[in-house]
Design a protein around this ligand. Structure first.
Ligand SMILES: Cc1cc2nc3c(=O)[nH]c(=O)nc-3n(C[C@H](O)[C@H](O)[C@H](O)COP(=O)(O)OP(=O)(O)OC[C@H]3O[C@@H](n4cnc5c(N)ncnc54)[C@H](O)[C@@H]3O)c2cc1C
Length: 464
């Protein structure tokens, strides 16, 4: 449940946003025009702008954002950058078949190399630390699961993942809970707000105009193009790209059949003292998650705080994504408990920062693409809590779609095929509750129940 306690607005609650307060940007006013307009100044919107202007320098690109740059998940995330486009290689095989999964695995790697190369070439400093990612096992069963993950990765041509024993894992990060880990050297950790701000600067340098504090409330046809409206003005363009992620249904209601808006919650601690730091080790500062269905993910910040998050996301019927969902006292309490279970020596550590943000889940754990207003509006979303790297790729795909340019990316199955739909309300809230309860039982070591086995048989399960 969303908390009813007084809770600070996200701009003050979120560690990343609060430490880089933004000046109020220019709002959309009067009648404006562009070749392509993008709604949403998160990672999808900003990468779309950058790819558009790289493909066609001189194009008139405008970005229209309801709040501030990075207000959505892009400014609120854990900053763990990974190369996987899907949630796991095994799920990619389940959802797309081995050949396509192999293509996605290679694409995930090349996407990450391109993204990091771009940041370096354009001088975008976002405290990126290429520390790799550890997936830890908290039980012997999970350790067997990691061995299967390693096998799937190798089957797809990813040969640099390494399995760590319990002792090796505990030597990296000192928690007695660890029964082993899988190390993926690709990726690492970064500051998400420094990333989005850096991309916004680069998009502007390439010629994009970014309007903030300008919530779009309608999209409509205008001759062969389209027009959007905000309280302050209108903007006419040939085509429109939506980089709205979990908010997409607010402008394109039918998109909600293909995704579920969910809220993920995280805590950030006070700075660790040198003694506290010594108790946990973690000298290589890897991004970490564990191998449960509802896992904890965590990392050190550049100034030695612990960010502690949970993938046990909340659904607020019917598809709510408003400020009332930004805090959850229940999730914060659970996060604190799971943290102390991992690091009992740090039980006194305070977590002055706590917030949530909307992610968009799909039944296949990877993004999908859609069109509205006869192809004048294009959208891509569905990162299922995993978009830091994939938004770079999605932005490139959207830029090609908006310019009607060909690219081999457009024949990816995730571009051509839609994910299996979620049921409508009120069945949706019931189904989310049932699946969540069943997954919690699996995380406690019980076998998947009939419901989960049926979902697996339909190819929309989560067991891989
Ligand atoms: C707590 C949390 C932790 C996460 N951790 C990680 C992680 O460690 N690694 C990882 O890879 N991914 C992580 N993610 C997921 C990742 O942040 C997202 O996949 C990614 O940021 C999505 O970017 P986006 O631009 O598509 O969406 P968003 O960043 O949500 O951007 C959508 C934008 O659209 C704007 N908007 C909405 N409605 C309107 C409107 N009507 N008019 C104008 N603008 C509008 C919003 O204000 C927002 O700025 C996490 C997400 C959360 C919430």
């Amino acid at each position: 449940m969303a908390t009813t306690l007084p809770a600070p607005p996200i701009e003050r609650a979120c560690f990343w946003l609060a430490r880089q307060p933004a000046e109020a940007g220019e709002a959309l006013a009067g009648e404006q025009q562009a070749d392509i307009v993008i709604v949403g100044a998160g990672l999808t919107g900003l990468w779309s702008a950058i790819h558009l202007l790289t493909l066609e320098p001189g194009l008139k690109v405008a970005v229209v954002e309801a709040e501030r740059i990075g207000y959505g998940a892009s400014g609120r995330n854990a900053g763990i950058l990974s190369d996987t486009i899907d949630h796991s290689h095994a799920l990619a095989i389940d959802h797309f078949g081995v050949d396509e999964a192999r293509r996605l695995a290679a694409l995930g790697r090349s996407n990450l190399t391109e993204l990091i190369g771009f940041l370096q070439a354009r001088g975008i400093d976002c405290d990126l630390k290429r520390s790799g990612i550890l997936t830890t096992a908290l039980s012997p069963e999970q350790r067997i699961g990691l061995e299967a993950s390693l096998k799937s990765a190798r089957e797809l041509g990813v040969d640099d993942w390494r399995l760590l024993s319990a002792e090796e894992t505990r030597a990296e990060i000192h928690s007695d809970l660890y029964q082993g880990a899988l190390f993926n050297p690709a990726g690492g950790v970064l500051d998400p707000v420094r990333l989005t701000n850096g991309l916004a600067r680069e998009a502007r340098r390439l010629g994009a105009r970014i309007f903030e504090q300008s919530a779009v409330f309608s999209l409509e046809r205008a001759g062969s193009g389209m027009r959007l409206r905000t309280a302050g003005g209108t903007l006419r363009a040939k085509r429109c790209v939506l980089g709205m992620s979990a908010y997409t249904h607010l402008l394109v209601p039918r998109a909600k059949h293909r995704f579920l808006p969910l809220f993920d919650y995280v805590l950030v601690s006070e700075k660790l003292t040198a003694a506290q730091r010594e108790t946990i080790g973690w000298h290589k500062r890897q991004g970490v998650s564990d191998a449960r269905s509802f896992f904890n993910y965590y990392r050190l910040t550049d100034d030695d705080r612990i960010l502690w998050g949970t993938s046990e996301a909340a659904y607020y019927p019917p598809n709510r994504v408003d400020r009332g969902c930004d805090h959850s006292a229940q999730h914060y309490a659970q996060l604190k408990i799971s943290f102390i279970e991992h690091f009992p020596a740090l039980r006194e550590l305070e977590f002055p920062w706590a917030w949530g943000g909307a992610i968009c889940a799909t039944t296949r754990f990877s993004p999908f693409f859609g069109r509205a207003l006869g192809g004048r509006v294009l959208y891509g979303l569905g990162f299922t809590g995993h978009g830091l790297g994939t938004t770079h790729l999605t932005g490139k795909i959207l830029a090609h779609l908006a310019l009607r340019r060909d690219s081999e990316l457009l024949n990816l199955k995730l571009v051509r095929e839609l994910p299996f739909p979620y049921p409508p309300e009120p069945i949706r809230r019931w189904a989310v509750g049932q699946v969540s309860r069943a997954l919690r039982r699996v995380d406690r070591g019980e076998p998947p129940n009939l419901l989960l086995r049926c979902l697996d048989a339909l190819g929309i399960g989560l067991s891989s």
